[in-house]
Design a protein around this ligand. Structure first.
Ligand code: AHR
Length: 502
């Protein structure tokens, strides 16, 4: 067998349409995500509402279609009423999930204004930790009911005449986790999620709901949790959530880079579980997946332990990402694209400062972390139809996985633009790999560009002082074509975006 990696793309064999919401993100009231991140009145770039315009510009560059809010673990102790109305009257609260003080000077209505400026929409989570159906249906009434009821009129009195029409709602957060405020067993959660779903939809039948799945493949209750929760909620929700973060605490790059194999298994297992319950219930409805927390997370673990509790917006979860973290993020995006038929929403966790592609200094600069780039490329260029690729690649074994393909890849066809984009990660840490791309099913094809991100040091990162230490460049010229068969050189440890006119 040749040592080249290969992808053969058949234009008629479709996996599914990419739902743009696959490129969502997440803002939690945690660390400096809100205060000092998206919102900092007094910052030189702040607009009249206190939103940082330097951050808004970087967010717009990612073309983020949906942003999950306000948590995360935070939501499980949150009283949404604290975050609306005159700012001077809002209550400061002890926030138990992250042991901080929440000033509530930024809340639901401010977030909805920010979404408009960021060209995005909201995915709102309700508190099913300390609260239940009553507060959830109140929040839907406040946010989405046009007028003529106490809570919709209260919103109007707060200065927001038009309803926010928030379409997508999460029924709590990570309710399987012992760390969660008000954590539950699958049966306890299934019952409360069902009853909450019913009343939320009675207030606004146009909304769609995400039930909590497992917090990760490491949870002892996975995937029985999904089966039990869906047994209760199947006909009342549209999505089940998945969360997963990977780390390189063992400094074993070969294993770290292979983690998307775990993500593939996770996605396929949850799909199988959804379909098992569908069969069990003889249902005609299909439940799709919302991978609404995913990323690399570990760099800040030790420094976070040293933070004093009960501060406002301390620097929590401020991972500084290196080059290989960006490769893992690229592989995770490819995993989700490969199942674009069922993974309809996903949120990179998170967006600014907190395990985020965008970093800021309070009162100062904002810059792009390494992980910004694969996320941006996928979001901007990975729209259209995922095609079923035939892939072959040389493989390796490592401590955590066997038969890991060196090249992880997927192809997205944008028929409207007449473009095909191939995303590819070369996991090989020491060797470049030749990569054949067979586009003969399209008749003819020509290369538009080969964007690549490589780095001599997989531990190199971007900082305020060196914001462009790791950045993509144009690698055009590395591709030779023979009819519609191309061969690209994928540098060692690299993220590649190959764009073709087809
Ligand atoms: O994204 C950070 C945290 O990770 C979220 O609050 C929680 O849902 C998850 O454990």
């Amino acid at each position: 067998m040749s040592s080249n990696a290969r992808i053969k793309v058949e234009k008629e064999f479709r996996v599914g349409e990419v739902d743009p919401r696959l490129y969502g993100s997440f803002i939690e009231h945690l660390g400096r995500a809100v205060y000092g991140g998206i919102y900092e009145p007094g910052h030189p770039s702040a607009d009249e509402e206190g939103f940082r315009t330097d951050v808004l510009e970087l967010v717009r560059g990612l073309q983020v279609p949906i942003v999950r809010y306000p948590g995360g673990n935070f939501v499980s102790g949150f009283r949404w009423e604290d975050s609306v109305g005159p700012v001077a009257e809002r209550k400061k609260r002890l926030e138990l999930a992250w042991r901080t003080i929440e000033p509530n000077t930024f809340g639901l209505n401010e977030f909805m204004s920010w979404c408009k400026k960021a060209n995005t929409t909201a995915m709102m989570a309700v508190n099913l930790g300390t609260r239940g159906p009553d507060e959830a249906r109140d929040l839907v009434e406040y946010a989405n009911h046009p007028s003529g009821s106490y809570l919709s009129d209260l919103r109007i009195q707060h200065g927001y005449r038009e309803p926010h029409n928030i379409k997508t709602w999460c029924l709590g957060n990570e309710m399987d986790g012992p760390w969660q405020i008000g954590g539950k067993t699958a049966a306890e959660y299934g019952r409360v999620a069902l009853e909450t779903a019913k009343v939320m939809k009675w207030v606004d039948p146009t909304i769609e709901l995400v039930a909590c799945g497992s917090s990760g493949t490491f949870m002892p209750t996975y995937p029985e949790w999904e089966a039990t929760v869906l047994d209760h909620t199947y006909e009342h929700v549209e999505y089940i959530s998945l969360h997963r973060y990977y780390n390189n605490t063992k400094r074993d790059s070969a294993s770290f880079l292979a983690n998307s194999l775990d993500m593939d298994d996770f996605i396929n297992t949850v799909i199988a579980t959804c379909d098992y319950i569908k069969g069990k219930k003889r249902s005609k409805k299909t439940i799709n997946l919302s991978f609404d927390e995913w990323n690399v997370w570990y760099h800040s673990n030790e420094s976070d332990k040293k933070l004093e509790p009960w501060q406002i917006a301390p620097p929590q979860l401020e991972d500084v990402y290196n080059h290989q973290d960006a490769l893992v993020v690229g592989c995770m995006l490819i995993s989700m694209l490969k199942r674009a038929d069922r993974v309809k929403m996903a949120c990179m966790a998170q967006l600014v400062n907190v395990i985020a592609p965008i970093m800021t200094e309070n009162g100062g600069r904002a810059w792009k972390q390494t992980i910004y780039y694969p996320y941006m490329h996928a979001s901007v260029l990975g729209r259209g139809t995922v095609l079923q690729p035939l892939v072959s690649s040389p493989k390796y074994d490592c401590a955590d996985f066997t038969d890991v393909p060196y090249v992880e890849t997927v192809a997205v066809h944008n028929e409207e633009a007449g473009e095909l984009t191939v995303f590819a990660v070369n996991r090989h840490l020491t060797d470049a790999l030749p990569f054949d791309i067979d586009l003969r099913s399209f008749g003819s094809a020509s290369l538009i560009e080969h964007i690549l991100m490589e780095c001599d040091d997989v531990y190199a990162a971007n900082t305020a002082e060196q914001p462009d230490r790791v950045a993509p460049r144009n690698g055009a010229g590395t591709v030779a074509s023979e009819g519609a068969v191309f061969t690209a050189q994928l540098p060692k440890a690299s993220w590649n975006v190959l764009r073709f006119k087809v």
